[in-house]
Design a protein around this ligand. Sequence first.
Ligand code: GRF
Length: 192
Amino acid sequence: MASGTGSLLSSLIGRADDGAPFRIVAVAVDRPCRAADIARDHDIPTVLCRVVDHPDRAAWDAALTGQVEAFEPQWVITAGFMKILGPVFLSRFGGRIVNSHPALLPSFPGAHGVADALAHGVKVTGTTVHLVDEGVDTGPILAQEPVAIHRDDTEDTLHERIKSVERQLLADVVTALVTKGVVIDGRKADIP
Ligand code: GRF
């Protein structure tokens, strides 16, 4: 699931094409975006589910859940999907939704993790892959990688450097999930 330029999606597609043990069955977006174009260019079924096309957020949540469910995904990956998932979606896919965040959680959650890290003056930030729960970027952490902040970084330069690490980490985690399941602190986690 994506909302933006789709570079994380491209990385996952590249890994799948290179023989990784997963297949992307569909891409869902909440707005017209480059990520949807990338999916179409690779002949991956694409779903556009916009909040504004529904009477309210609950109706959007139900519609999105139904559209994603139709593809029977084993895992749902939010790779730059910029909407908070609703309760219906979470109860349908809970424990099997993986998010990639451009900061070292629990620091700097939310939509502005890169800008917030920069504004706070931390010297190291990074990327986190975690399971999604009902909070914002609060679910169990699966993997993290640090990224140093340079003195002359802008939000854009820093975000690009984080994303180059993020792309590798997310694809590595998805590969591990489909082969080994969820392992947190050396213990296999329960997947509903
Ligand atoms: C990533 O940094 C992701 O963590 C954030 O949005 C960015 C998506 O990048 N939420 P892209 O659209 O895959 O290039």
